[in-house]
Ligand binder design. Structure first.
Ligand SMILES: [Zn+2]
Length: 417
């Protein structure tokens, strides 16, 4: 069987035919060059208006990189025609395998983009002997196409989250769809201000915003404000993941301060390397860690008291009735406010101030999957950490949309990946 027979079967372009396939030596490596010719009698399509137009002349041959075969690079080699268009003037013809001045064929760009979901961009560039930039451009094209073909119908629940990047100096707001059949990243905006979230609602549109049933977010004031204004009909839930994150942060603060105090008093360092013991859920600790934790808990330390308050708060999420949950919350807040643990008191005050929104958790129970935002948050962090070369927020956004956006793809006649 000939290579061109395979290509005709997998990647047939109307009005074009495959010609000879030749070896090309590129330095020490071998590549394949596949000649492409216009079908006899066919006319070029104007890249300006998309109409068939009479020919003008031909440009020198160009190489368009195609999907590699058996470890060899493959190029489609074609001399683009120029057409004489009465509407657009002299124009280069449209070539169905490539876009604009790009050196990659569409198929190869989709191929690279699909690998970039499984590997880091740097790895994709290494494996397929191409540059980081080419991979970036391929992913960018896939994201642009996917975003342009997004179907936003039926979005009922969204989760709003933020991630820090550039060593925590800058923030991005991420909005996810968290409906049970469809979970994906919907939108990214820079910073985490009122304006940021207003931009989301403008993009999402008033009609769809009014169709939202559940919104899940952190206790971040700008978000609360905008949600109340733009989607007041939705049940707004302050999610478990963020609330527990505030408590963990408080323990961290208490601990850091206590370590300093103990050091100043010349006490033995009981708290060194206990951070993870205190932040992890007890059931996730190893046997050795559990022993260490129970030793630590024997000390009457502020850190230990904070830890016990946090672990006690876990019971809150087991309630079924909002009324009982409210009793527990009030009792826990009162107890914590008497504790003289300043960072914990801060959280207790915050919880008390947002009591109704927190209790919405119980009103939405069963209708909202709770771990979704946390799961996405972890994945988003992983993407930013794998951020080889994502120096710009634009590149990072492209990466996030690509990995978390569940973006649509064109219908390919054959999938090369
Ligand atoms: Zn034209």
């Amino acid at each position: 069987m000939q290579v061109k027979t395979i290509l005709n079967r997998l990647q047939h372009f109307k009005s074009f035919v495959y010609g000879a396939v030749r070896w090309v030596e590129r330095g020490t490596t071998l590549a394949l060059a596949v000649e492409v010719r216009p079908r006899r009698g066919s006319r070029g399509v104007c890249s300006g208006c998309g109409q068939c137009r009479p020919g003008y002349d031909s440009l020198p041959v160009r190489h368009f990189e195609f999907v590699p075969l058996w470890g060899m690079k493959v190029f489609l080699v074609y001399a683009p025609r120029r057409v004489n268009c009465p509407d657009c003037g002299v124009k280069v013809e449209r070539m169905p395998w490539a876009e604009g001045k790009g050196r990659l064929t569409e198929t190869y760009a989709w191929f690279l983009a699909s690998w970039a979901k499984r590997l880091s961009w740097k790895e994709v560039a290494e494996v397929f002997q191409t540059s980081w930039d080419q991979v970036f451009q391929a992913v960018e094209r896939a994201v642009t196409w996917g975003r342009a073909h997004l179907d936003l119908s039926g979005v009922q629940s969204i989760g709003i989250d933020e991630i820090a990047w550039q060593k925590g100096h800058r923030y991005m707001t991420l909005v996810y769809q968290i409906d049970s059949p469809c979970k994906r990243l919907l939108w990214i905006g820079e910073k985490r201000t009122v304006k940021t979230l207003l931009r989301f609602f403008r993009w999402f549109g008033p009609e769809r915003s009014h169709g939202l049933r559940f919104i899940c977010s952190d206790m971040w004031k700008p978000y609360l404000k905008v949600i109340a204004k733009k989607a007041s009909q939705a049940t707004h839930v302050l999610d478990r993941f963020h609330i527990m994150a505030h408590l963990s942060q408080a323990i961290d603060d208490v601990r850091a301060q206590e370590v300093r105090e103990l050091k100043a008093q010349g006490e033995e360092p009981v708290l060194t390397q206990t951070r993870w013991l205190l932040l992890k859920r007890p059931q996730r600790l190893s046997e050795k860690q559990t022993t260490r934790l129970s030793e630590l808990l024997r000390h009457n330390l502020k850190t230990v008291r904070s830890y016990l308050l946090k672990e006690d708060f876990q019971r809150f999420w087991d309630y079924r009735s909002p009324a009982w949950a409210r009793c527990f919350l009030d009792e826990w807040c009162a107890r914590t406010l008497r504790s003289q643990l300043e960072p914990m008191k801060r959280v207790a005050r915050m919880l008390r101030n947002h009591r109704e929104l927190i209790l919405n958790w119980f009103r939405a129970k069963g209708q909202l999957s709770s771990g979704v935002v946390e799961g996405f948050n972890n994945k988003a962090k992983l993407t930013t950490r794998k951020a080889f070369g994502f120096r710009t927020s634009y590149a990072l956004q492209i990466a996030l949309y690509h990995s978390l956006g569940a973006l649509p793809q064109p219908n390919f006649t054959h999938r090369f990946f």
